[in-house]
Design a protein around this ligand. Structure first.
Ligand SMILES: *[C@@H]1O[C@H](CO)[C@@H](O)[C@H](O)[C@H]1NC(C)=O
Ligand SMILES: *[C@@H]1O[C@H](CO)[C@@H](O)[C@H](O)[C@H]1NC(C)=O
Ligand SMILES: *[C@@H]1O[C@H](CO)[C@@H](O)[C@H](O)[C@H]1NC(C)=O
Length: 320
């Protein structure tokens, strides 16, 4: 054996040993899905100026938000049958419930969210990971689904950016544990979270309701204009369900000068990290479409957004 071949032989032995030794750790890792698709339920149009365009809509800011985390988006209409929603559930890797103004018990938005919520509970119980995120009214709806009743009260915080009053649990939470320490400090001290709501869940109500405090860990609270202390960030204890009463998507994707949208570097970073966090949760779901054609025809790319910056607070929106 020449010395060159001997060296090559030694290298192979060394390389193989490394591989073999590295294997067990690799096998223990759960498989990840690098082509996630997150569903967004369309929202009911409640604003007269938007009515000419359709009955339901999705602001582009939520779509771009998820795309920025490395996901694709499937819009989910509110007019399908339960069987059709069940079918969609096995194709997508997570669900985003967006903000808006709809009845949290009787609207189509609430009806469809409940179908997905129940499917997600069952799937997660069976070891089939499926995350749900609720923003603003989406978070309120999650609390209604968990409590089995609407416990919201007036917690008006309209057009105001606030720092989060982080709880001790925030530091070890899944949502914030990978935040740089400096950013977490900024989140607690600088107005990085845009609030646009009249209702919310009082801290007192949360603590008194066994279903709610058994299900969620509060990661932050805030104080409303009327002095009421409300829960502003929630994380499921057992389930990968998350809620924010504020709007992380506006920090990067909405620019209305009349509204308190935080755009500082820290605000942008908070928005980026939470989008990546939720999409990474989606990667843990192995649901998928049966074929690439069906997948392609289900995605948001098939739709064209409308320019809406001159009559809504959204730059663009999709109508359905
Ligand atoms: C922050 O939370 C603490 C503990 O829950 C509470 O006592 C305090 O009033 C809150 N501060 C604000 C500004 O909401
Ligand atoms: C809630 O309270 C605020 C401040 O006290 C008040 O201005 C607002 O009209 C109330 N909103 C609702 C929906 O009751
Ligand atoms: C908004 O701008 C678009 C594009 O310039 C225009 O077609 C539309 O009429 C405007 N809508 C309103 C309500 O001003």
């Amino acid at each position: 054996m020449s010395s060159v071949r001997f060296l090559a032989y030694l290298w192979r032995v060394f390389f193989c040993c490394c591989c073999v030794r590295a294997m067990p750790a690799k096998i223990q890792q759960e498989p990840l899905n690098d082509r996630p698709v997150i569903g967004i339920l369309t929202q009911l149009v409640s604003d007269d100026v938007m009515r000419p365009f359709g009955r339901t809509y999705i602001p582009d800011s939520y779509v771009t938000y998820l795309e920025s985390g490395g996901s694709r988006v499937m819009p989910i209409r509110l007019t399908l049958t339960t069987a059709e929603y069940e079918n969609i559930f096995w194709k997508i890797n997570g669900l985003l419930l967006i903000g808006g103004a709809a009845d949290l018990e009787t609207s189509d938005f609430a009806r469809v969210a409940k179908i997905f919520y129940k499917l997600a509970l069952e799937a997660n119980d069976a070891g089939d990971f499926f995350p749900i995120w609720g923003t603003c009214m989406g978070m309120q709806l999650l609390t209604v689904l968990v409590a089995g009743q609407n416990l919201l009260t007036n917690t008006t915080a309209e057009n105001v950016a606030l720092p989060l009053n982080l709880t001790a649990d925030a530091l070890t939470s899944r949502m914030f544990q990978n935040f740089p320490k400096r950013l977490l400090k900024a989140l607690a001290e600088e107005p990085l979270t845009g609030n646009f709501h009249n209702y919310g869940l009082e801290v007192k109500t949360f603590q008194e309701n066994q279903k709610l405090h058994g299900f969620f860990t509060p990661l932050s609270t805030n104080t409303a204009e009327n002095g009421v202390h409300f829960v502003s960030t929630l994380e499921g204890k057992k389930y990968p369900f998350y809620g924010v009463q504020w709007h992380p998507e506006v920090n990067r994707f909405q620019w209305d000068r009349k509204l308190s949208f935080p755009h500082s570097p820290h605000a942008v970073q908070v928005s980026s990290l939470l989008a990546e966090f939720f999409v990474n949760e989606g990667r843990r779901s192995l649901h998928h479409f049966d074929n690439p054609e069906k997948e392609a025809s289900s995605l948001i790319y098939m739709h064209k957004p409308v320019y809406t910056a001159n009559f809504t607070s959204y730059e663009q929106a999709y109508f359905f």
